[in-house]
Ligand binder design. Structure first.
Ligand code: FCB
Length: 471
């Protein structure tokens, strides 16, 4: 059974407003995103070494149902079909990550030619399909060998990362559309080292703060190494951001909103764009910083990737958020206006490079249904509504002058959702993990229809601009 989008099926659900569609028709990149550990599988294949996520997921009690990424979506073996699937979505771009332990099993020393070849072929095939490759170097799968020497709590890991970044960028940097150093360093620092929810699973706030600095330092060192190597691709980082709404005008709620925003957004934005950590009465622990670190971290970037899923509701008395649009299957409030608030706020507070929305999407308890014709479908109207509303918020931000160049839906297909295992489905494409069969959901058809619509609008707009005498 072919997993491609059927050409005869078209629109499901309302498209964004006419004005949003017009805004999103001009020089805008449409994409889908995944990450290595969440889809690849092939854990022992082709000379890959273990990562901290292999270790964590195989430790009893750490993930839902003991799920792990040994096989995941088996993308390591099925990548040619998966790229065909992406092409059939008619997107412009695909964001994926390189697994460090696949290209350097121990995180230092020998490079694994088979691993580098895997990504090389993937990139070449994307280009053959007319897809822009957008690479992320670190989407949380640190080689386990580096964890044995302290992982991100050890400053030396930042230097190992820079060497890895340079090696991958030298290999792929002539053909990819962008290279991001890290995906969501906040998650690595806080979920990995403070709450223990993610690998490597520590519960130590001071360690988490120091890790955040080493992650930022590793970004700066990697940028320096890639620039020195003459890498042509645009270079940047991907951050997870949220707006923060005080529950009331009570000073305690307002102060909490400031602290949450400072710890989540400004903790990364200020070092990267202003060269220092933010000050806030609620932030009490600061990392050890060596002379020269902040200059490295604040070196100019070519783009910023922003991942947006929900907002912070800041209530000192723990009053619940109103959740007017409900919540996703992750329990995250659906709050599209937060994307507008966030983007316009960033634009106000920093001198930004071009922005990509590198992730946005929702988990839903999707079910396969048999159609009368004997095929299968997944009816996911809430996801369509979610994306439509977020794109309208994005378009409004773009209209006010925020330089947003593209949008990547998270995720191409259902995959290993970290500590939630396979229980949460974010994909435009459904994955049956028993058979590895892929079934495009209604939202996949809708997304393709949206892209087709903006392209035809773009042609009309360009046509008008090219022939003003016809206006
Ligand atoms: C982001 C991660 C991504 C996925 C989505 C739901 O924080 O970058 O891997 O888990 O959330």
């Amino acid at each position: 059974m072919t997993p491609l989008l059927n050409d005869t099926v078209t629109k499901h659900g309302e498209l964004p407003s006419a004005s949003a569609l017009t805004t999103l028709s001009k020089d805008f990149v449409w994409g889908v995103a995944t990450s290595a550990y969440q889809i690849e599988g092939g854990a022992d294949a082709g000379g890959r070494g273990p990562s901290i996520w292999d270790t964590f997921a195989h430790t009893p009690g750490k993930t839902r149902n003991g799920d792990h990424g040994d096989i995941a979506c088996d993308h390591y073996h099925r990548w040619p079909q998966d790229l065909e699937l992406i092409r059939s979505l008619e997107v412009d771009a695909y964001r994926f990550s390189v697994a460090w332990p696949r290209v350097q099993a121990a995180g230092a020393g020998t490079w694994n030619a088979q691993g580098l070849d895997f990504y090389d072929r993937l990139v070449d095939q994307m280009l053959a399909h007319g897809l822009q490759p957008h690479v992320t170097l670190y989407h949380w799968d640190l080689p386990q060998a580096l964890q044995e020497t302290g992982g991100w709590a050890n400053r030396d890991t930042a230097f190992r990362f820079a060497a890895y970044a340079e090696a991958v960028a030298r290999r792929l940097g002539d053909r990819v559309a962008s290279i991001a150093t890290h995906n969501e360093p906040w998650c690595t620092a806080v979920l990995g080292h403070q709450t223990g929810q993610f690998a490597p699973g520590f519960r130590d706030e001071a360690m988490a703060v120091q890790v955040s600095h080493h992650l930022l330092l590793s970004h700066g060192l990697a940028m320096q190494a890639m620039r020195a190597a003459g890498v042509q691709a645009p270079l940047g980082i991907v951050l997870n951001h949220s707006s923060a709404t005080p529950a009331s005008s009570d000073p305690a709620d307002v102060a909490l909103a400031h602290t949450l925003y400072a710890g989540f957004v400004r903790w990364y934005m200020d070092p990267l764009f202003l060269g220092h950590y933010p000050q806030d009465p609620g932030l009490t622990i600061y990392p050890e910083v060596h002379p020269g670190d902040m200059e490295l971290i604040a070196a100019p970037m070519d783009f910023l990737g922003v991942n947006y899923y929900t907002r912070f509701w800041a209530s000192a008395s723990a009053a619940p958020a109103p959740r007017q649009l409900g919540a996703t299957d992750m329990g995250w409030e659906i709050y599209p206006d937060g994307l507008y608030e966030l983007l316009t706020g960033l634009h106000r507070d920093y001198k930004l490079p071009p922005i990509y929305i590198t992730e946005n999407g929702m988990a839903e308890a999707d079910r396969l249904e048999a159609t009368p014709l004997g095929s299968q479908r997944v009816h996911d109207p809430r996801r369509i509504d979610f994306v439509r509303r977020h794109l309208e918020a994005l378009a409004r931000a773009r209209d006010t002058g925020v330089d947003i160049r593209g949008y990547f839906y998270w995720s191409l297909m259902d995959n290993f959702e970290w500590d939630s295992g396979y229980s949460k489905r974010f994909g435009l494409v459904h994955v049956d993990y028993e058979t590895q069969r892929r079934t495009p959901k209604d939202s996949a058809y809708w997304y393709r229809e949206l892209i087709r619509t903006t392209r035809s609008l773009a042609t009309q707009i360009n046509h008008k601009e090219a022939q003003p005498w016809q206006l």
